[in-house]
Write a protein that binds this ligand. Structure first.
Ligand code: C2E
Ligand code: CA
Ligand code: CA
Length: 660
C-alpha cells in the first residue's frame, strides 16, 4: 500500500513537471499565433490599393466631365498615391504574398510597368487624347489591382481561419493540460495528506514504543514493579532528602518459593510472584514515601522513610511479613508462603548510606540460614560473617586438594544388639586459620558457589576407599547434593569410584533429601533408578522436615528412610512426635523400607524409639562422627568383624592410617 501511494506520488510529480513544460511551450506558441494574427494585414493593404486606384479613376473622370482644375490636381495626387501603394505592395509582407505565386508576381510586374507608362499621360491630363488614353489604361490597371487586392483579401481570410483553428486546438490542449495539472495537483495533495497521516501515526507509534522501552528498562516485566535500576534511582533520591527523616531498606525473600515453582509449575510460580507484587504494592502504598521493587526471582526490596528509626522499620517489616503470609488464591489453588525480611536503617553517622541495600541483603541471608520466616535487623557483625563466607568460598577447592576437607564417620547402630551396622560419612574441614568449620556452614556455601560437585566427589571417593578397610557387613552412607544429582555423569562417577576403590556396590548407600528430589523430580528419579541398578542403596534423608513427606515415599523405591532428628528431640516432651515416628515406621515396614532414626542422644530416647519399633539409630548416644581409626577401634570393641576384612582392619588400627 505504502509503495503504491509512493509510486503514485512520483508519477504525479513527474506528470506535473511534464504538464508545466507543455504549458509553457503552449504559451510560447500561443504568442507566436497571436503575433501571426496581428501580422501585417494583407486584406487591409489590398483594400486600400483598390480604393486608391478607384479614387484616381473617379478624379480623372470628373475632370473629364467638368474640367474642374481641382479634380485634375487630385487625379495627379492619387496617381502618386497609387504609385506609392504599388511600392508598398512590392515590399514587406505584401511583397512576400505576391512572390508566393509566380503568376501573381508576373501580374504585379506588368502592373508596375503599365503604371509607370501612365505617368506622361497623367501629366498631360489637360489634353483630351491623353486623358482618354489614361482613362482606358486605368481600367486595366484597376482590374489588375482589384484582382491582386481581392486575392490578398481571401488569403487574409484563410490565414485568419487557420489562426482561429490553431487557437482553438491550442485552447483544447490548454484545457486538457489544465485538467491534467488540476488532477495531478489534487493527487499530490491527497498523497501529502495520506503521508501526513502516516507520519503522525508513525510518530505516535514511535513515541509509544519509546515510552514502552523506557518503562521496560525500569520495570520488571512480570510484576510491573520497578526493577533494580529504578530502585537504585529512587533510593539515591531518598538518601539525598533523608534530612527529613531516616531511610530504611527491607530486603524480602520468599521461603520455599522454588519448591512451589517445581511442584505446581512455573505458571503458578509466576502467578504467585504477581500476587506477592500486588500485595507489596498495596501495603507500601499505605506508607508515606515508600516504594517496592523486584530484584529478580523471589527477591523484593522496599525502601521507606521512618521517623522512629529501627523500631518503626521493624514494625512495618513485621506487618509486611504477616500480610505476605496470608494465603494466596491463585488460578491453580490456594498457596501459603512465608517471607523472610532483612532490615537496614540508615543512621545519621553512616558514612555510606548507599550501602544500605547490601546491609539489608546481608541481614536477609543471615535470617535465611538461621531463622526463616522472620524479620532480621542488620548489625555490623554480619559483615564479618560475609568476610568469613567469602574466605570459605575461596578456600574450598584448595582445601579439598590438600585433604583439609575429609569425611569422618558416625556409627549407625542396631539399637537391640548395639552392633554397628553402618556409618555415615560426614564432611569435616579443619581450616589452617579459621579452625574447624562445620558442613552446615561450608556445604551450603559450596552449593551456592557450584563447588559442591567437586566436594561431593572427593568425599565419596575417600569414603568408599576407607570403607573397604571396614568389616564387610558395615555399610557406608554418603550424602549427595542436588548439584550432583542433576549431573548426567553422576552414575558414571559413582561406578568408576566403586571400580577404582574396589568397594562392593551393595556396601554403599547414597542419601538424598526430599528437597533434592523436588527440584527436578523426573530427572532425579531417573538418575536414582540408574544408581540402584548399580547395586547401590538409596536413602531418603531428613524425612519429615519437608513439605509432603508421605507422598515422597511413593515417588521412588527407597531402601531407607532417615527420620529427622527434630522428631527425636521432642519425643520426651511431645507424645505426638513419638506417634508420628511410630506411624512412619509402620508405613515404611509395610512398604519394605528400612528406617534409621537420627539424633538419638539419650538412653530414654533409645528406649522410647525401641518401644515403637525403631531398630536402627544414629546419634551422639552411639557416637559423633569420628576419624576412621577411632571408628575401627570402636568396631573392634563392639563386634567381631567379618573374617575377610579383619586383617586390613587390624592393620588400620595398628598403623592409624588406611593402606589404600
Ligand atoms: P545430615 O545428613 O542430616 O547429617 C547428620 C547431622 O546430624 C550431622 O551434622 C551430625 O553430626 C548431626 N548429628 C548426629 N547425631 C546427632 C545428635 O545426636 N544430635 C544432634 N543434634 N546432631 C547429631 P553435620 O556433620 O554437621 O552435618 C550437617 C549436614 O551437612 C548433614 O546433615 C548433611 O546434610 C551435610 N553434609 C555433611 N557432609 C556432607 C557431604 O559430604 N556432602 C553433602 N552434600 N552434605 C554433607
Ligand atoms: Ca545425611
Ligand atoms: Ca539427616
Amino acid at each position: 500500500m505504502i509503495t503504491l501511494v509512493r509510486r503514485l506520488a512520483i508519477v504525479s510529480v513527474l506528470g506535473l513537471a511534464a504538464a508545466a513544460v507543455a504549458y509553457s511551450h503552449l504559451i510560447v506558441s500561443h504568442q507566436s499565433t497571436v503575433e501571426q494574427a496581428n501580422r501585417y494585414d494583407l486584406a487591409w493593404t489590398g483594400f486600400n490599393g483598390r480604393l486608391e486606384v478607384t479614387s484616381l479613376r473617379e478624379r480623372v473622370a470628373r475632370f473629364a466631365a467638368t474640367g474642374d482644375a481641382a479634380a485634375g490636381d487630385e487625379a495627379k495626387l492619387y496617381f502618386q498615391i497609387v504609385v506609392g501603394r504599388l511600392n508598398t505592395w512590392g515590399s514587406g509582407e505584401f511583397g512576400k504574398f505576391i512572390a508566393s505565386s509566380p503568376l501573381r508576381e508576373a501580374r504585379f510586374e506588368g502592373l508596375v510597368r503599365d503604371l509607370t507608362l501612365l505617368e506622361p499621360l497623367v501629366n498631360q491630363i489637360h489634353e483630351d487624347g491623353a486623358r482618354l488614353q489614361l482613362m482606358r489604361d486605368l481600367v486595366a490597371i484597376s482590374t489588375a489591382m482589384d484582382r491582386i487586392g481581392g486575392e490578398a483579401y481571401s488569403a487574409s481570410l484563410n490565414e485568419a481561419d487557420a489562426v482561429r483553428n490553431a487557437l482553438r486546438q491550442k485552447l483544447e490542449v490548454e484545457t486538457w493540460i489544465t485538467g491534467t495539472l488540476l488532477t495531478l495537483g489534487t493527487l499530490l495533495v491527497v498523497f501529502l495528506l495520506v503521508q501526513n497521516r502516516w507520519l503522525s501515526r508513525a510518530n505516535a507509534t514511535v513515541a509509544e514504543s519509546a515510552a514502552n522501552h523506557a518503562f521496560l528498562a525500569r520495570h520488571d516485566a512480570l510484576t510491573s514493579l520497578p526493577n533494580r535500576l529504578a530502585f537504585h534511582d529512587a533510593f539515591a533520591l531518598e538518601i539525598e532528602r533523608r534530612a527529613a527523616g531516616r531511610v530504611a531498606v527491607l530486603a524480602i525473600d520468599l521461603d520455599g518459593f522454588k519448591a512451589i515453582n517445581d511442584t505446581l509449575g512455573h505458571s503458578a510460580g509466576d502467578a504467585l510472584l504477581v500476587a506477592v507484587g500486588n500485595r507489596l504494592t498495596r501495603m507500601v502504598g499505605l506508607w508515606q514515601d515508600a516504594s517496592a521493587a523486584r530484584f529478580g526471582g523471589d527477591e523484593f526490596v522496599v525502601v521507606l522513610r521512618v521517623e522512629d528509626g529501627v523500631s518503626e522499620a521493624v514494625e512495618k517489616a513485621e506487618n509486611l511479613r504477616r500480610a505476605l503470609a496470608e494465603p494466596y488464591r491463585l488460578p491453580d489453588g490456594t498457596v501459603v508462603i512465608q517471607a523472610t525480611i532483612g532490615v537496614a536503617v540508615a543512621t545519621p553517622a553512616m558514612p555510606d548510606p548507599l550501602q544500605l541495600p547490601d546491609d539489608a541483603d546481608l541481614a536477609l541471608s543471615h535470617a535465611k540460614s538461621r531463622n526463616k520466616g522472620t524479620v532480621q535487623v542488620f548489625d555490623v557483625t554480619m559483615r564479618a560473617d560475609l568476610t568469613r563466607r567469602r574466605r570459605i568460598e575461596a578456600d574450598i577447592i584448595t582445601a579439598i586438594a590438600l585433604g583439609e576437607i575429609a569425611p569422618q564417620y558416625q556409627p549407625q547402630v542396631d539399637m537391640e544388639t548395639g552392633q554397628i551396622i553402618g556409618v555415615e560419612a560426614l564432611a569435616r574441614w579443619t581450616h589452617p586459620i579459621l579452625g574447624r568449620i562445620g558442613p552446615d556452614e561450608f556445604v551450603p556455601i559450596a552449593e551456592s558457589s557450584g563447588k559442591v560437585v567437586e566436594l561431593g566427589r572427593a568425599i565419596l571417593e575417600k569414603a568408599c576407599a576407607e570403607a573397604t578397610l571396614l568389616p564387610a557387613d558395615v555399610k557406608v552412607s554418603v550424602n549427595l547434593s542436588v548439584a550432583q544429582l542433576v549431573r548426567d555423569d553422576l552414575v558414571d562417577t559413582v561406578s568408576e569410584i566403586l571400580g577404582r576403590t574396589g568397594l562392593a556396590p551393595s556396601r554403599l548407600k547414597l542419601e538424598v533429601t526430599e528437597t533434592i528430589v523436588m527440584s527436578d523430580t523426573e530427572r532425579c528419579i531417573a538418575t536414582l533408578h540408574k544408581l540402584k541398578q548399580l547395586g547401590v542403596a538409596i536413602a531418603l534423608d531428613d524425612f519429615g522436615t519437608g513439605y509432603s513427606a508421605l507422598s515422597y515415599l511413593r515417588l521412588f523405591d527407597w531402601d531407607e528412610l532417615k527420620v529427622d532428628r527434630s522428631f527425636v528431640r521432642s519425643i520426651g516432651s511431645d507424645p505426638h512426635s513419638l506417634s508420628i515416628i511410630q506411624a512412619v515406621v509402620g508405613l515404611a515396614s509395610q512398604l519394605g523400607i528400612k528406617v534409621t532414626v537420627e539424633g538419638v542422644e539419650t538412653e530414654e530416647q533409645r528406649n522410647l524409639l525401641r518401644h515403637v519399633g525403631c531398630r536402627i539409630g544414629q546419634g551422639y548416644l552411639f557416637g559423633a562422627a569420628m576419624p576412621l581409626t577411632a571408628l575401627s577401634a570402636r568396631l573392634l570393641r563392639t563386634a567381631l568383624p567379618a573374617p575377610a576384612s579383619r586383617r586390613a582392619h587390624l592393620r588400620l588400627v595398628e598403623t592409624g592410617s588406611p593402606s589404600t
